[in-house]
Design a protein around this ligand. Sequence first.
Ligand code: SF4
Ligand code: SF4
Length: 72
Amino acid sequence: MRRKRPLAQIDPQRCTGCGRCIAACPLPIIAFETQDWRKYAVLQDAPRCTGCGVCEPVCPVGAISLVQRPEI
Ligand code: SF4
Ligand code: SF4
């Protein structure tokens, strides 16, 4: 059986809004959202995420993990 590509998951509670993941991702699919004056990164276009994993190690607070893509 072919394994599905993983999906990046960002924990909004941990995110400090540094923007490193946005700069590192080869696609324009992570963007900032602001709530209660707090800025955090959100994966806005999950279907386009290739699961390349580039964003995970650049996060200084470990807010990004690669998870199994949910079944559709
Ligand atoms: S896993 Fe790759 S494509 Fe997906 S958000 Fe991270 S850097 Fe972008
Ligand atoms: S690299 Fe981590 S802390 Fe920085 S914006 Fe991305 S998820 Fe948030």
